[in-house]
Write a new protein. Structure first.
Length: 295
């Protein structure tokens, strides 16, 4: 399902599409973020240190995150209803245990005289606590029991799929049988997802469309029939269905005018749908045809 929007307000649309390859799973190993664990006290020497002398820091604690225990259970019991139930129960137990351990660690951090401001705690993809602190105290934190790593937490200003997908190690999950020891390759083939957002540009090559200007200009925003070609242009092989529940002209003060065409009029829905289920785009603008693996 998908939201559609005007510049003024959001209007509701829905799209159901086949995932194919590209679904991202959080089962991935922790990496050092390519930053050396050195003690840096000068903001001039490290741009990650703010004007107040503090930096965002990620403290990874010992103990596997929930996605790892979930994967272990799947390997043990298989990708069956019993296996999935066991995996879910294992993950929930892990999350509860890690929350308790992290709370104790935060109290210990304060007791050790480390000044910090907590940002967040995570248990699913990573067992870690993020804080803002003086980098001069990073070495002191590394010496604490139950701490596995302490690194600067970088800020990414361009969250594009071409960098974010490899960063979360999604290709290893696509090739999970070989890379992670999973009982299957998690490419998303055979899975359908309902997405609520600003709509979806189904003529985009990321969803198997041509991506040409002519194809886009053929779209009638209120109809599934092309306004120039007079052919049925929606749904497509990739985008299995959808509906605009409010209409492109809806601005929260007028009457909704639903229609059968969930074409995106904001851009956000197409981006998120591409993250969830896009097949990828070649450098020449054509749809990528695979394979979806670590290569």
């Amino acid at each position: 399902m998908n939201f559609k929007c005007t510049p003024v307000a959001l209007a509701l649309a829905s799209v159901l599409f086949s995932v194919g390859a590209g679904a991202v799973s959080p089962v991935a190993k922790f990496h050092s973020l390519h930053l050396p664990p050195q003690q840096v006290v000068s903001s001039k020497a490290n741009p990650m240190i703010g004007a107040n002398g503090e930096a965002a820091v990620i403290i990874k604690l010992k103990g596997e995150p929930a996605t790892h225990t979930y994967a272990h259970a799947l390997r043990q019991f298989g990708n069956s209803p019993l296996g999935k139930t066991s995996a879910n129960n294992s993950a929930r137990t892990t999350i509860a245990n890690l929350k308790s351990e992290q709370a104790a660690f935060v109290s210990q951090l304060s007791a050790k005289g480390v000044a910090f401001t907590e940002i967040y705690r995570v248990q699913r993809v990573l067992n870690a606590v993020a804080v803002r602190m003086n980098p001069a105290d990073m070495q002191k934190v590394r010496a604490l029991p139950n701490v596995e790593a302490v690194e600067f937490l970088p800020t990414y200003k361009r969250p594009e799929n071409i960098t974010s997908v490899p960063f979360v190690n999604a290709p290893k999950v696509w090739d999970g049988y070989n890379q992670l020891g999973l009982p299957f390759n998690a490419t998303g083939i055979g899975v359908k997802v309902g997405d609520i957002d600003t709509g979806l540009d189904y003529v985009h090559p990321d969803f198997g469309g041509s991506g040409t200007l002519a194809a886009y200009q053929d779209v009638d925003p209120t109809s599934a029939i092309g306004k120039n070609s007079h052919n049925i242009i929606f749904p497509t092989a990739k985008v299995a269905g959808g509906y605009d529940f409010a209409g492109d002209a809806y601005n929260a003060s007028n009457t909704p005018m639903p229609d059968a065409n969930p074409m995106d009029c904001g851009g956000h829905g197409t981006h998120t749908a591409g993250t969830i289920a896009g097949i990828g785009v070649n450098s020449d603008g054509t749809p990528y045809g695979g394979p979806w693996n670590t290569t």
